[in-house]
Design a protein. Structure first.
Lengths: 469, 143
């Protein structure tokens, strides 16, 4: 039996940390100096403080954004903050995400020379933490590190060094949707390091906040898969001493499923933390606006963003990560990003969305996905072995954690999902997912509510993926 | 079939696999991040009748040059070669893109075409022609 526990905490990371910080791009970062910097920045840079001030029913807003040239990022930061973003993003480029700092450095120089972006994000490791601090000088909002890095040890050291107090990611959620070949066991171990340094830099008043990335591949991912990944990552972070954590999920495409998902995620998170002695951990719920294929047509994209804002209000998300009308076209313009923040703010303000919605359909949906998630989590806890992270790894190897449309070569790829008559994501073939026959039967009954004349399964699946287009 | 270059866009690849399998074809999927030689070697290994190459980020243009030549060199001159997705970077007129890839030796080019069904129908037609040609070259087997 390998339940999460304090025994799973890394005892000493000093020697590993010396190796990580020995990298020339770490620029002899001094841990004590960083600690002092974290005490010197405004208190509202810490998400837990900002979250505590949130008014019920009104989610906090966060756009996404990253661009290679420092001055452009500075302009973007100011523009997003002026537009009313509650959290300021710092999105990292793909080369840095794959630890290719040399390439990132070359492309950064090329971008600076040409005055246009040759990277799809901000190369934080190349810019270094001293310069990056300048981006946020005087800012009294939390900054969120958005990336997709299986080995984020150096990146996160640099991010915290820059005064960034929210670190997104995790061993599962930043490996399976983002990497083709990065070994998952190594990703899990490297994220233990990240969790541990977040905990070590935290003080009771100023905890470094961790957030998991629930949208995953953002393509027909059944709720049970999201719940299991989010709950495992929350428990892995708790083991390392993280005090403030956000679970998240991406808009499913079904009103019912979104409401049910939020209920079950909140309930199981509290319950599992309590069961394993981690009650002290504060948890939040983050909702990602539609992460799948977006309409090219801008008025439609804007309508999707507005509709999705309504849902974020209905589930009373602690934070909503907003999309832009540029989504289908590439990296968004700063102006589109500012507009999107305004649109979402407008919807939330004008509609006064009622939360705590319920209906027999929502209850039935919540009951089903809760039962599935419990069953898989219990199966993972029951695996033999000494450490919880190993159980998570073995669950992946056995196809219990199987992410549809993952590019990862070790992902089982056996689970097949499809939408039902309510547009909720259903399990057609569970692959190796350990759920009860009764729950699988319920999935099939709900799936039979779908009415369409399409005979080919791949066409039905394509229609499901292009749901919002 | 597989995605070429360092591209890890996997959704289309997975759907394509399901669609081909649903059409009763035997599929060997190399999935994402493949160099041209992986396609050639795998085609030889499984004795492929057709090879589907896809690219979403546009790296296709760089990697697909001389694609047919590689198959000729390894002794598979007749294999049917298809390429599809978003095969070049930036916006270019479709006829130009089709001509470019036909020059690389592809039989069919599907640039920014959302419907997989057309490619599958074309494939069945091309496979029939291909098998006729093979028969013709070999001569009557009962002579």
């Amino acid at each position: 039996m390998a339940h999460p526990s304090l025994d799973g905490r890394l005892r000493s990371i000093d020697s590993q940390r010396q190796q990580v910080l020995a990298h020339p791009l770490a620029r002899s970062l001094d841990i004590l100096e960083v600690r002092n910097h974290l005490l010197a920045v405004p208190a509202r840079r810490f998400p837990s403080i900002r979250y505590a001030e949130r008014q019920a029913g009104v989610p906090l807003l966060q756009p996404r954004g990253g661009t290679p040239i420092f001055e452009d990022q500075l302009r973007l930061t100011k523009m997003l903050s002026d537009a009313g973003a509650d959290f300021i993003p710092l999105t990292i480029d793909s080369c840095t995400r794959h630890n290719q700092y040399d390439t990132a450095g070359q492309l950064l120089r090329r971008s600076e020379e040409a005055g246009k972006a040759f990277l799809n994000g901000y190369p934080l490791v190349c810019h270094g933490y001293e310069l990056t601090r300048e981006l946020f000088k005087g800012l009294d909002k939390p900054v969120s590190l958005r990336h997709g890095t299986p080995d984020a040890r150096l990146l996160v050291e640099m991010a915290i060094g820059s005064g960034i107090a929210e670190i997104e990611g995790g061993g599962l959620c930043y490996c399976l949707p983002y990497s083709e070949g990065f070994p998952l066991d190594r990703a899990l171990l490297y994220w233990q390091y990240v969790d541990r340094i977040c905990a070590l830099y935290s003080t009771p008043d100023r905890p470094i906040h961790r957030e998991s990335f629930g949208p995953l591949s953002a393509t027909l991912v059944p709720p049970v898969v999201v719940l299991v990944v989010e709950l495992c990552e929350m428990l892995l972070s708790a083991e390392q001493g993280v005090q403030s954590f956000a679970l998240s999920f991406g808009q499913t495409g079904s009103f019912i499923q979104d409401v049910a998902m939020a209920q079950v995620m909140r309930k199981l998170a509290r319950e599992l933390l309590h069961e394993h002695g981690f009650e002290a951990m504060q948890t939040r719920l983050v909702y990602h606006q539609w992460m799948g294929q977006f309409p090219m047509d801008q008025p439609r994209a804007a309508a999707l963003i507005a509709g999705s804002a309504l849902l974020a209000g209905a589930i009373d998300a602690d934070k909503v990560v907003v999309k832009t009308v540029d989504e289908a076209l590439g990296v968004p313009r700063a102006e589109a990003n500012a507009e999107a923040v305004d649109t979402v703010r407008y919807v939330l303000r004008t509609f006064g969305v009622p939360s705590g919605l319920d209906s027999p359909h929502i209850l039935a949906e919540a009951d089903l996905i809760e039962s599935q998630a419990r069953h898989v989590m219990d199966a993972i806890f029951a695996l033999s072995g000494g450490a919880f992270w190993e159980s998570v790894y073995r669950a992946f190897q056995m196809g219990w954690i199987d992410l549809p449309f993952s590019p990862h070569s070790d992902n089982a790829g056996r689970l097949v999902s499809m939408r039902d008559g309510n547009r909720s994501i259903r399990i057609l073939d569970p692959g190796h997912l350990p759920i009860k026959q009764f729950d699988l039967d319920r999935e099939r009954i709900l799936l039979s509510t779908r009415v369409d004349n399409e005979t080919k399964a791949y066409r039905r699946m394509l229609a499901d993926i292009s749901l919002m287009v | 079939m597989g995605v070429i270059g360092d591209d890890i866009h996997t959704v289309g690849n997975r759907i394509m696999q399901l669609a081909l399998e649903e059409s009763q074809l035997r599929v060997f999927n190399l999935r994402t991040r493949n160099r041209p030689e992986s396609f050639v070697q795998a085609a030889l290994e499984v004795n492929a009748h057709a090879v589907f190459v896809s690219s979403l980020n546009g790296e296709g243009e760089h990697w697909c040059a001389d694609f047919r030549q590689r198959f000729i060199e390894i002794g598979l001159p007749d294999v049917v070669l298809y390429v599809g997705g978003n095969v070049v970077v930036g916006t270019r007129p479709e006829p130009e893109v089709v001509e470019l890839f036909k020059g690389y030796g592809f039989d069919r080019v599907y640039h920014q075409r959302p419907d997989i069904g057309a490619a599958i129908a074309d494939l069945f037609e091309d496979l029939r022609t291909q098998s006729d040609q093979r028969e013709h070259r070999r001569g009557p087997s009962f002579a």
